[in-house]
Design a protein around this ligand. Structure first.
Ligand code: UGA
Length: 332
């Protein structure tokens, strides 16, 4: 029995897809995605095929940076309780190559989504944001307090940070609640092919060179997608507007991750070291006190379990994934 209608933007993206798949039949789900070519759209189409098997799922192909495309679908979108705005142009390194697309997809689109929420009186707005806006945290744990933020260290981070500010401004002073989750290097089944973990699994499985930008000692708070889904549900039920970190408080270096993947696959990686990515950060570490205290959230899936599950999924879809592009044109 359907009791609630919700909108999920970025439905064919990594997190949006996994989130929708986790929902039960109490939800009528409107998924929005433009299926752009930020990375190989074949993976987004694969996700969409899966989503179409859900009976109470409806897909709208909308470019959210085009306000009229939203307006044309107002009827379908109205009477929703919540918008999960998970659509974004993600990817730190590519953002230097196509800055205008990042500005459009992470700021203009976010303003349009917030305006739609306002117009349709959708009072619960949840925004997916990123740990990238913290920059290098060194040995300190990044807290959510925006006043403490340094200048965002990439074009991607700058657009996501500004997107947060814009959405909050559009919705301020109304009954609407805006809840922001800052996600830390999310990985898992159906992950993005531009991100480290899935690439490493793919390259080691298919005996290809494993490209490491830098010496591989950079560390990340890799977070399994199921923990992020948990976080999204907690945000939905939280009563106030606020911002929360969702990450792992244990970091792993790329070299450590590769060694774990080698063990799980029973194969050796052929490592190729290339120049460190421009302004790449050494370590990103979240302070989780606020998420633990206010939302009763903490990461539950450790790295070994998460890698295991991701590799299982990879093996089950290996034939299809062989046709997906894992490299960009600028990556030789
Ligand atoms: C990632 C995502 O791309 C962002 O969308 C997300 O918002 C961000 O995490 C976050 O948590 O906030 P990034 O740190 O670049 O950003 O994550 P990866 O793509 O997994 O890269 C991690 C490290 O591996 C970087 O130092 C990168 O240079 C390196 N890397 C990546 C390689 O050495 N080789 C590759 O082929 C890919």
């Amino acid at each position: 029995m359907i009791v609630e209608k919700i909108i999920v933007t970025g439905s064919c993206g990594f997190i949006g897809f996994n989130f929708i798949k986790s929902l039960n039949e109490n939800y009528e789900i409107i998924g929005i995605d433009s299926i752009n070519n930020a990375y190989d759209p074949k993976l987004k189409e694969l996700r969409l095929e899966e989503l179409k098997k859900i009976s109470n799922f409806k897909y709208l192909k909308i470019d959210l940076s085009e306000k009229n495309e939203i307006q044309n679908n107002k009827k379908t979108l109205s009477e929703s309780s919540t918008i999960f705005h998970l659509a974004a142009r993600a990817g730190v390194r590519q953002s230097y190559l196509e800055p205008n697309k990042y500005i459009r997809d992470n700021t203009t689109a976010s303003v349009n989504v917030a305006s739609m929420a306002k117009e349709l009186k959708i009072n619960n707005v949840i925004l997916a944001s990123t740990s990238s806006i913290y920059g290098d945290t060194g040995n300190t744990f990044a807290t959510e307090n925006k006043d403490e933020l340094n200048e965002p260290p990439s074009i991607y981070a700058a657009t996501k940070s500004f997107g947060e500010t814009l959405i909050k401004n559009v919705l301020s002073g109304d009954d609407q609640k805006i809840k922001i989750g800052r996600f830390f290097t999310v990985y898992g089944p159906y992950g993005r092919p531009d991100m480290s973990i899935l690439r490493f699994i793919h390259w080691i499985s298919t005996d290809q060179e494993v490209i490491i930008y830098g010496d591989g000692n950079q560390r990340r708070s890799f977070t399994y997608v199921e923990d992020i889904i948990n976080g999204l549900n907690k945000l939905k039920n939280y009563e106030e507007s606020d911002t929360f970190n969702f990450g792992s408080d244990i970091t792993w270096s790329l070299i450590e991750i590769i060694s774990k993947i080698e063990t799980l696959l029973g194969k050796k990686a052929n490592l190729v070291f290339k120049e460190r990515a421009f302004r790449d950060v050494d370590v990103v570490l979240p302070n989780l006190n606020k998420s633990k205290e206010n939302l009763d959230w903490q990461p539950r899936i450790d790295i070994d379990e998460g890698l295991n599950r991701t590799i299982d999924w990879y093996k089950n879809n290996e034939n299809y994934l062989k046709n997906i592009k894992f490299k960009y044109k600028y990556e030789k």
